[in-house]
Design a protein. Sequence first.
Length: 86
Amino acid sequence: MASFELRWRASTKKDLRCLPRDEVSRIVAAVANLATEPQPHGSEKLTGSDHTYRIRVGDYRVVYELLRAAGVIEIQRVRHRKDAYR
């Protein structure tokens, strides 16, 4: 399977700095796995967009855009589940 390039938005990197360190390491590991498997078991396509998906990492949600033609995955948001879709 092809490997995808991971791109983090600057705002997403800022979101990570506000989270507990143990959660950050779990989230970064889950995102790294997206490079080889862009739609892992449990990922869901978000309504209203053709290329936006989310994965669960504990109580946090990682929202990302999958651009297959370009071979890019852009991490858009990392938020607690209560704030992820606002």
